[in-house]
Design a protein around this ligand. Structure first.
Ligand code: NAI
Ligand code: MG
Length: 358
């Protein structure tokens, strides 16, 4: 027997349905670890979020980066509350971590999942894409300001920042990702017709990095045309890379085209592995269903599976996903997918599948 690996995970449930889907996921992952016996995993609760903000005036603790660096990875739920402006909560928690930890690659696999229906009849076998979003700068660099507040001549700027360093590293990551997938196909999304500085730099760097990946077929698309291609020719797409804003939007579109945002996972990676990476569902805190016990936990299950892959537990991740797929195929689904199960019902069914693994 090889020595059992052991992982410590920072659990940051956050707001809204975040605590519901994170607690569901911890139950399932702990069950998986106990059943397989091939690794140990421990989750520590970290209370950052809107309640913490109302108590302390800050969304995260002063030493939040050092706190997180003690862990192998983080599992995050969602942030956002009806009585706090969204830009305060998002910058207070999520964007306060992504930038400083240089979690520069936001990776979102999108697949038509068992139990979900792809609304596109142009996707012959459903969708299976990998979206890579630049996660550290661009349109979300936080540069800008407001002058003459409240006056009719009030002015605001929101300055996008594009650096050779950041574009090159995300481009390399995207080419490597495309190369690791069977189709070895990459689409670079920009808007370099109207944005004639930063996004022309994107195009130039894409062309130069591409030379190091002769086995990857790549093309470029303007972001507006890309929305048309995603809907009209989904089978022509495999891996996509783009800027922070463009991929934020395209990844929601992709989740909707796959069938539901309730199953869409994401990883915030530091590919240099100097900092712990953060794994989270794509969805937000979903005020409309908070506390009802019906949140779909599958997006967070899948995010945890991506976390296990990142930690090196590929086999355990594959087993977890096959259990989740079996449960969805059996029609044990939450209402967002047309089912009648609640969150705990899905958790119990997945745990029962995990028991069958031995
Ligand atoms: P949302 O993703 O919270 O909800 C959109 C719709 O999808 C709602 O009808 C919701 O009920 C449904 N939905 C989302 N996740 C679901 C799940 N797991 N199961 C079943 N249904 C689900 O997006 P919205 O309404 O735009 O934002 C609400 C709050 O969340 C805002 O404060 C926003 O800033 C924040 N937000 C936070 C994110 C994050 O923490 N990464 C991402 C997106 C939004
Ligand atoms: Mg989004």
């Amino acid at each position: 027997m090889s020595a059992t690996k052991s992982y410590r995970i920072a659990s940051i449930p956050g707001d809204g349905i975040g605590p519901e889907v994170v607690s569901a996921t911890i139950q399932v992952v702990e069950k998986l670890a106990k059943t397989l016996g091939t690794f140990d995993i421990e989750f520590d609760h970290i209370p950052w979020g809107t309640a913490y903000y109302k108590e302390t005036g800050k969304y995260v603790s002063e030493d939040c980066l050092d706190t997180l660096r003690k862990y192998d990875a983080g599992l995050f739920g969602a942030v956002g509350a009806p009585d706090v402006p969204d830009h305060i909560s998002l910058w207070g928690l999520l964007l306060a971590l992504r930038g400083p930890l240089q979690l520069y690659a936001n990776v979102r696999p999108v697949k038509t999942f068992p139990g979900t229906k792809c609304p596109l009849n142009t996707a012959t076998k459903g969708i299976d894409w990998m979206l890579v979003r630049e996660n550290s700068e661009g349109e979300y660099a936080g540069q800008g300001g407001r002058s003459h507040v409240g006056q009719p001549w009030e002015a605001a700027t929101e300055v996008a920042i594009f650096t050779r360093h950041a574009i090159e590293r995300i481009m390399r990551f995207a080419f490597e990702t495309a190369q690791s997938r069977p189709r070895k196909l990459l689409t670079v999304v920009t808007k370099s017709n109207s944005m004639r500085n930063g996004l022309v730099l994107w195009d130039e760097i894409a062309a130069s990095v591409a030379k190091d990946f002769p086995d990857v077929t790549w093309d470029k698309m303007l972001v507006d045309a890309m929305t048309v291609r995603m809907v009209g020719k989904p089978d022509s797409i495999d891996t996509i890379v783009g800027t922070n804003l463009h991929m934020d939007i395209l990844s929601d579109l992709a989740a909707a085209l796959a069938g539901s945002i309730g199953v869409a996972p994401s990883s915030n990676l530091d590919p240099t592995r100097k900092n712990p990476s953060l794994f989270e569902p794509v969805h937000g805190s979903a005020f409309d269903i908070t506390g009802k016990g019906v949140a779909n936990p599958v997006a967070t299950f899948w995010s945890a599976a991506e976390m296990l892959i990142w930690l090196g537990e590929k086999d355990a991740a594959a087993k977890l996903m096959s259990c989740v797929e079996n449960v969805c195929s059996a029609g044990i689904l939450t209402p967002d997918l047309g089912g009648t199960s609640n969150t705990q019902g899905v958790v119990d069914a997945v745990c029962a599948e995990i028991e069958k693994l031995i």
